[in-house]
Design a protein around this ligand. Structure first.
Ligand code: FAD
Length: 563
């Protein structure tokens, strides 16, 4: 059942087996999976089925340097479905190496392994509507698989890795009906959890404090509580919950909000390939079950270990859109139309060097002199993107020259000083706002540089082309837009050492029985991969743990435990 929190009487006290805070991909997958296992769940979602400006404003906050990180109300959505209402849908699992304790990546190492998460990935793929759990081209395409770059052979660089694309699925819309009809689920919209109140000994949760923007408040007590409010908000909620522990819940060692990671990303260099342009697989291929897939270039795990590299991938990409020197009508059209595109998708079309009349004129000339491509692109976009259910994932251009930039997406080193804190400013519900101080380090740039060196060497050794870039501008290229938006990782990281982690291998907050976290906040490292598939897999793993715990607990109230 889905209803409004405004229907709950002021000062009411609700009870449930499990209470989940946050109805994004993590919270929704967790809630419905628990319900299927016979557990009743109360899902508190701050937002509504549609965007609401006052609710979104609860995400307002500060950033230390806006060139390095977007304001906290951007790149996340406070409404049913969370940020999946605007995500790009790119799915891929983390790699086994991401879970390892790597001496060259300080503070790396998960207390669980890839094998612990692997059983949950196929179901996570299904939740994201990304087809089979098959991320290698030969396996996914079978005998129809063609090489990404004909003639390229290497034992240290792979071009077989795939990313798969979700519709992209808006979890709020897609799963609303199931949430509505599932008898063991109760969803309250407009229900903002403003604090986690602990028992006096600080060792378990007493209740959650919930407020609505209409002015009412109520409490919730559950046997297990899961915070699934997103990578920034979950940390904010713990830090702001100071009734029993003044430093915040789970924060005895000042770790909550620290080790905040995004991804290191940017377009770099120029790769010139030989052969026929049509033989290079730089765009989307469709898998036998109809899923858009794209190849990536990656350095093998053994070579990463041998050379001491962080994990990163590269895709074949078109030149930087903002520079009209590309002479491409479609790219210039995108540049000129950027004000019509949302902040999140136009940010990388505004690099600060382009606001002069001559740049505009050159872009305009590109559009005017390239009418054939521009019109063909528009027709394709309307048919395959605007009108399609499963949307063509992004702009891909015919490449007639066989020249590409490389679009890098890499993990960043976990840094204790990269962090969120609370400010004195409060939101409309009285909660302190968040301040984001995102940092990166020299090793992040150095590791990407050395990864590109390996790729360049193997491309040249294979005799299929050459990659050139200017090392001196690499940092500028990677930091041109600061942190890659939307991937909020590590603020309540998993571990066994209380001085460097917030949750244990079961995602339970250290020392607080019954309080769990779902979402990318628990990842100790960020991988090359986008986070959502893995955070869904981890939420499904958590569902199994909670379900087993609750079944073992004879006092559990099931089913229909709402009171
Ligand atoms: C523009 C953009 C593109 C992206 N593209 C990709 C991509 O291609 N691939 C990928 O893997 N990831 C992508 N992401 C990231 C992806 O959207 C997130 O990883 C994912 O949505 C996180 O899911 P979540 O459930 O953990 O958190 P969220 O989606 O943030 O959901 C959290 C939920 O909690 C609710 N909430 C917050 N605070 C409270 C509170 N106090 N009380 C009650 N409810 C609360 C919110 O309203 C929200 O519904 C993208 C993100 C953006 C912004």
């Amino acid at each position: 059942m889905i209803s409004s929190a405004n229907s709950i009487p002021n000062d009411a006290h609700l009870h449930s087996d499990v209470c989940v805070v946050g109805g994004g991909p993590a919270g929704i997958a967790l809630t419905l999976t628990l319900a299927q296992q016979g557990i009743s769940v109360l899902l508190l979602e701050s937002g509504f089925l549609k965007e609401d400006a006052d609710t979104q404003a609860l995400y307002n906050g500060e950033v230390v340097d806006e060139r390095m990180h977007s304001p906290p109300d951007k790149y996340r959505q406070r409404r049913m479905g969370g940020s999946s209402t605007i995500w790009g849908g790119r799915c891929m699992p983390f790699d086994p190496v991401d879970f390892e304790n790597r001496a060259h990546v300080p503070d790396s190492g998960w207390p669980i392994s890839y094998a612990d998460v692997l059983p949950y990935y196929p179901a996570a793929n299904a939740w994201a509507e990304a087809g089979r759990f098959s991320y290698q081209a030969p396996e996914a395409f079978g005998s129809g698989a063609l090489p990404m770059i004909p003639g390229f052979v290497s034992t240290t660089v792979s071009t077989d890795g795939l990313e798969r694309f979700s519709c992209p699925t808006d979890f709020g819309k897609r799963y609303a009906k199931r949430l509505q009809v599932e008898p063991r689920v109760r969803v309250l919209l407009g229900a903002n959890c403003t604090a986690v109140t602990l028992q006096r000994d600080g060792r378990s949760v007493k209740e959650l404090q919930v407020k609505t923007l209409a002015g009412s408040r109520f409490r919730v007590t559950a046997r297990s509580t899961v915070l699934a409010a997103g990578g920034l908000e979950t940390a904010r909620l713990l830090l702001a919950s100071q009734d029993v522990t003044p430093q915040g819940v789970g924060n005895a060692h000042d770790v909550v909000g620290r080790y905040y990671m995004c991804h290191i990303a940017g377009n770099v260099g120029m790769l010139t390939l030989q052969g026929w342009p049509r033989d290079i697989r730089h765009g989307y291929e469709v898998s036998p079950e109809g899923i858009y897939c794209r190849r990536r270039i990656s350095v093998t795990a053994s070579e990463q270990r041998r050379l001491g590299l962080a994990n990163a991938v590269a895709r074949l990409h078109f030149p930087r859109i903002t520079d009209p020197a590309h002479r491409n009508g479609v790219l210039s059209g995108l540049f000129l139309a950027r004000r019509l595109i949302s902040y999140e998708y136009s940010k990388r079309l505004n690099d600060g060097n382009t606001n002069n009349a001559s740049t505009y004129v050159r872009h305009l000339m590109n559009v005017v002199t390239d009418p054939r491509d521009t019109t063909a692109f528009l027709a394709h976009w309307i048919r395959k993107r605007s009108l399609a259910h499963r949307k063509f994932p992004s702009v891909i251009l015919h490449n007639r020259t066989n020249r590409f930039s490389l679009e890098v997406h890499g993990e960043q080193y976990p840094l204790r000083d990269s962090r969120l804190t609370l400010t004195d400013k409060r939101d409309a519900l009285g909660m302190p706002q968040v301040k984001v101080d995102w940092r990166y380090c020299r090793d992040d740039i150095e590791s990407v540089k050395r990864t590109l060196d390996v790729i360049a060497l193997e491309i040249s050794r294979s005799g299929v082309g050459k990659f050139e870039y200017n090392h001196s501008t690499l940092e500028e290229e990677l930091m041109r837009f600061g942190a890659y938006g939307g991937h909020h990782v590590g603020t309540t990281r998993m571990g066994t050492d209380l001085r460097t982690s917030v949750v244990d291998p079961d995602c339970q907050v250290h020392g607080v029985r019954g309080l769990f976290i779902a979402g990318s906040a628990v990842f100790p490292t960020s991988s090359q991969a986008n986070p959502t598939l893995t955070l869904i897999a981890m939420a499904l793993r958590l569902a199994d743990k909670l379900s087993a715990n609750l079944r073992a607990d004879k006092h559990v109230v099931m089913p229909g435990a709402f009171a």
